[in-house]
Design a protein around this ligand. Structure first.
Ligand code: C5P
Length: 305
């Protein structure tokens, strides 16, 4: 029996990459990855409401600059709606509002989270019941990180990042997250990786050590094996990120890391209290410092009417 739902709110998390191994570019220009995605409790909420027309609105916290968002019509939420509707041969309709809390252009897959949440919300209000495999395939067309935003938790990513499988992660890991005032373009960081490492192996480095550390639930062990092949190129483009990582480690974080392609930096801590004390120290020099834990769920329904 179909239940008519007129409005749905779906929450989707930011990601960090606990391991990001990058290989030499493929013929299609994308880089082969071996990555361990990790969803943290810093989320965007997407509400889809039934309506005859179509519109997308964004509500931003004061610390996100509206100029960093793509122009109307190019938003990944519009593309998600178009692909989902085309998959079912229906017309795009509804009002979608996005309440953002994930840094924009920050290397935390905020746009991917919005796309994943929009797919789940529109699937529900349009009463489509799209099978999970089809949603994952549509997500992969939208971007390399979008399938993971559907899945959440901690997951191994391969291919260009779009092939995801959950991995066991029974720990609770505490992070201090420091967004940057200024975004960094993902393609530019990958291009800089190619320039810095023209002899990169075709196969990205594997994540076995990281997966073994996760199983210990010991943050000190995890800190030793966090790995990001995009960190050096990101720091070469933005030397302030290297200084921030040194500073975070200097005030006691177990390890600092550029998140994905940056410029957000994340700091692994021992506990919630430890994370709050590291955050308090970093707040002296940085206007926005967040504390989040992981793993958390992928795109999921939080409210409907
Ligand atoms: O897939 P997504 O749209 O998130 O990718 C954004 C850009 O990041 C791509 O156009 C490409 O320049 C770069 N990228 C890459 N290799 C990947 C993922 C992304 O080169 N595996």
């Amino acid at each position: 029996m179909s239940t008519l739902t007129s409005a749905v709110t779906v929450r989707a998390p930011a990601k960090i990459n606990l391991h990001l191994g990058v290989g030499a570019p493929r013929p299609d220009g994308f880089h082969p990855l071996t990555t361990v995605y990790h969803a943290v409790g810093l989320c965007d909420d997407v509400t889809a409401t039934l309506a005859d027309g179509w519109g997308v609105s964004m509500a931003l916290p004061h610390w996100i600059d509206a100029d960093d968002l793509p122009a109307d019509g190019e938003n990944i939420v519009d593309r998600a709606a178009t692909l989902l509707a085309a998959h079912h041969g229906i017309r795009v309709s509804g009002l979608v509002s996005v309440v953002k809390a994930i840094p924009v252009a920050g290397g935390m897959a905020g746009g991917s989270a919005d796309a994943a949440a929009a797919l789940v919300a529109l699937d529900r209000v349009w009463d489509l019941r799209t099978p999970d495999e089809d949603l994952l395939a549509i997500a992969a067309q939208l971007g390399s990180d979008v399938p993971f935003a559907l899945l959440g938790g901690t997951a191994l990513g391969t291919g260009r990042g779009e092939l995801v499988e959950p991995v066991a992660d029974h720990g609770t890991w505490w992070w201090v997250v420091v967004p940057s005032q200024e975004g960094l373009s993902t393609p530019a960081v990958y291009r800089h990786f190619d320039a810095m490492f023209p002899d990169a192996a075709p196969e990205p480095c594997g994540a076995d050590a990281l997966l073994a550390a996760l199983a210990t639930r010991d943050p000190h062990r995890l800190a030793d094996v966090l790995h990001n092949d995009l960190q050096l190129p990101a720091i070469d483009l933005r030397p302030d990120l290297g200084e921030l990582i040194d500073r975070g480690q200097g005030v006691g974080a177990l390890r600092g890391l550029v998140s994905g392609s940056g410029p957000t930096c994340v700091f692994l801590c021992e506990s919630a209290d430890h994370a709050r004390s590291v955050a308090a120290a970093l707040e002296q020099d940085h206007p926005r410092v967040l504390v989040a834990n992981g793993p958390v769920a992928g795109a999921h329904l939080v409210e409907y009417a």
